[in-house]
Design a protein around this ligand. Sequence first.
Ligand code: 3HC
Ligand code: NAI
Length: 686
Amino acid sequence: MSPISTRKDGKLFWIISDNPPVNALGHAVRAGLAEAIAKGNADGGVQAIIIACDGRTFFAGADITEFGKPLQAPGLPEVCDAIESSSKPVIAAIHGTALGGGLEVALACHYRVAVPSAKLGLPEVKLGLLPGAGGTQRLPRVIGAEAALGMIVSGNPVGAKAAHAAGLVDKLAEEDGLRDAAAALAKEVMDRDTHPVTSRRGDKIRAAKEDPGLFDRFRKDNARMILGLDAPEACIAAVEAAVNVPFEKGTALERELFMKLVTGDQSKAMRHVFFAERMAQKIDGLPKDTATYRIERVGILGAGTMGGGIAMNFLTAGIPVTMVEREQAALDRGVSIMRKNYERSAAKGKFKPEQVEAAMGRLSPTLDFEALGDCDLIIEAVFENMDLKKDIFSRLDQVAKPGAILASNTSYLDIDEIAAQTRRPDHVLGMHFFSPANVMKLLEVVRGRETTPAVLATAMAVGKKIGKVAVVSGVCHGFIGNRMLAARQEQANALLLEGATPWQIDDALTSFGMPMGPFQMADLAGLDIGWNPETTSSSTVREVLCEQGRRGQKTGKGFYDYGEDRSRTPSKEVEAIIADFARKSGKPPRDFTEGEIRERLIYPMINEGAKILEEGIAQRASDIDIVWLYGYGWPAWTGGPMFWADTIGVGRVLSGLERHGRALGEDFTISDRLKTIAEDGRRFNG
Ligand code: 3HC
Ligand code: NAI
């Protein structure tokens, strides 16, 4: 049955789409729309046509699953052209999200009505694409080139009220009166002689025609945001064409650019990320409707770097937090850092001052451990020390109410060993946040041996509620992310002794698109984490740096020297320290190319990822990609480490690992899973 139905109502002709969940514009919808427009036009009794959607949203875009497959006619550009050239006025009735192709359909309509809660946007750039059904040509003609550039290049949607103010929406309806408002508008306009045809409008692009510097200015102002990406430049070029060449020529360019991008590696990777993010929510063997616990109050133990950041997530989401420390000074410091963070965000316009007060008002800081008794979920974020965590969990078990979930934010430690300290190991799991915890989107949910499905499902749901992307991990040293990070760090340390400099090593990753390399990361975190001045023995480069007061960014120097503005400069002093260690290691120093360094750092990570899959620690390769994308800033346009391996070929990774051989370390072994996938010519991601 077609997802498109039509209904005649006097002189009005309704076209209704019902294609759950998001009314994506797949082939059946496009064909149905084209047919319905033709039918409405052919009927002499019809004087206006309304396009609306059933379900939770107006068309949320093209059907992304169809990309990369042969196109089944009619294509969306043709459907949009058919709508625009309708002899009867066509009105779009918008609720939910009119995104991508959905907004392009609306732009082809002669009029647009929306409810105030609707959002309108062209998010294609986030999939490595540009709007490909006339959006780059029609949007500037409706709201002006400069505003259109902002929307198309950022991909961020705007609310219906702002869209109304910008002229993108003609009428705002009452929240529950969309169809009535659309019908009223249809009746109001149907007797007019002419209707606005977007592709023929020239008024709104006039300003840009008179300002030829606009596009280069935009490129310059947004250079950081678009660095390394193909799609934003294509978006800019297409909007530029909307201003400077006729509509038909502009759409031809848009089509050409779209076809180039959709078949390119960047868009394939970014589409993978879109689906991987949604896939990560699915837990193997757990029905989607698994019952979850209500979480109305959260307890946090430890008001340090992580405890404070974790608490902010809940406070922002409206969930009260009881925060317990062992000493008043640490508690006061933690609370004041949280307030400062909120105030800084408020200064940037992310929060209103009253929201800051409301969030901080939901916080109950205390030294009283017993206060955790009424919490539904308690997250421990004290020092990374097994004995301490064991002690805390056995005490928590006494204090927490029956049914409360006990979680640890440990980075590496064994959740099962921690859970065994309690009489409720089925209610214990890991909730591993990433620093800064109020910013980073990743949450590793570590499933213990005995964690029950309801507890696991609750942790995943809580993650979603506080805006995180949650990924399930099994128990192992470092879970998914830090275990792979350790594999990379081992190689980074080895490379130093073989003659590569910290800056060469870091640059090999930043030029790949990572936000920072291992030594920049170490300097940022502080080189003295886990370093003890009493027992220090000058046995590693890091120890010597700490001994010499080079403890990272906070002391103005670490692997690098830092300026006032935190800019990094290579240090001769550090080079000499490393050279000394290299000499003692007996390995003759040699030169490295960027490519070799990159292989040495990344291939072992992929190998570790393959072992993580082999051992069932990660459910699927795409979950590993999500961990790296949202926990460590891996560049989205490469799709994550496992997808990147698929793109360059798993065989190439295997031969690289074999080529590097002994240099990878005495204990290094190649994963059987990686070997089989390479030998069979398969991919990690399906
Ligand atoms: N195509 C295919 N499937 C889609 C889809 C799309 N455009 N949008 C969403 N889905 C699927 C999701 O994969 C998910 O499937 P699952 O249940 O099997 O995991 C399901 O619909 C529900 O999606 P969400 O979980 O994301 O639902 P939310 O309610 O959280 O969000 C949304 C809804 C805001 C519409 C969000 O899904 C979204 O942002 N979708 C993509 C929008 C987009 O990028 N549109 C542009 C597409 S490209 C285009 O239009 C090209 C054109 O210019 C030619
Ligand atoms: P931190 O040293 O900044 O904070 C720990 C806090 O715990 C201190 O304020 C301390 O006073 C408090 N504390 C210690 N014993 C306590 C007790 N018995 N009762 C109540 N409070 C107590 O440490 P950080 O960095 O916040 O780390 C906490 C945990 O989070 C560790 O397990 C760590 O491995 C993990 N983690 C750390 C990340 C990071 O980047 N810092 C990232 C992800 C996890």
